[in-house]
Design a protein around this ligand. Structure first.
Ligand code: GRF
Length: 216
């Protein structure tokens, strides 16, 4: 059986894209990147893809007269490349119900908070400002509402008393780079299934212990 064909949508830095590139470099990984699409030309993520010999496309939202035609072009580009799973990796455009519906359970996103807490933007600073003791990241199937949808996997990190937006973001990002390839693998292996809008993972092992912060 062939590897699951990914389409990765980016808008910038592409460090999560890089994590997927690195994972897929192993022939035993059950997914491969068929195409990287950016809505912004010249971004670092596109350079990462080119360096890895992966096909790229720029679908610039500003070149279209509305969301519908932009998303039609996006859909056509992904379909033409044979994409089977679309991965949003720092893609900074909201997608309409139409696009999300066409890729139902074939569209995932990574978000730097423990959803459903802290949806939207600036979430690391908002977690600090709220005095939360833990934050983390979430990979989920996309539904029409922003940062909503069945959760596939999460990672938790502590928030330190002296954390800044930058230090917390870096701590979360390190986990994002492990979590995204893990979530894609679960899907590619057919182990992550959506049942009644919750993801059931076959043979899932949850951590055995609780965490307390501060720890003493
Ligand atoms: C990540 O923090 C991701 O969770 C969020 O946007 C950021 C993208 O970073 N959706 P990068 O482009 O993958 O480096």
């Amino acid at each position: 059986m062939g590897r699951l064909k990914l389409g990765v949508l980016i808008s910038g830095r592409g460090s999560n894209l890089q994590a997927l590139i690195d994972a897929a470099a192993d022939a035993a990984y059950p997914a491969e990147i068929a195409l990287v699409v950016s809505n912004v030309a010249g971004v670092m993520g596109l350079q990462r893809a080119e360096k890895a010999g992966i096909a790229t496309a720029v679908v610039d939202h500003k070149a279209f007269d509305g969301r519908q035609s932009f998303e039609d072009a996006l859909h056509e580009t992904l379909s033409a490349a044979g994409v089977e799973l679309v991965c949003l990796a720092g893609f900074m455009r909201l997608l309409t119900d139409g696009f999300v519906g066409r890729w139902h359970d074939k569209l995932i996103n990574i978000h730097p908070s423990l959803l459903p807490a802290f949806k939207g933007l600036d979430v690391q600073q908002r977690a600090i400002d709220a005095g939360a003791r833990f934050s983390g990241c979430t990979v989920h199937f996309v539904r029409p509402a922003m940062d909503a949808g069945p959760i596939i996997a999460q990672a938790v990190v502590p928030i330190h008393g002296d954390d800044t937006d930058a230090s917390l973001s870096a701590r979360i990002l390190e986990q994002e780079h492990k979590l995204f390839p893990l979530a894609v693998r679960l899907i590619a292996e057919g182990r992550a299934r959506v049942i009644d809008e919750r993801v059931v993972i076959d043979d899932a092992v949850a951590p055995a212990t609780a965490m307390i912060n501060p720890s003493d």
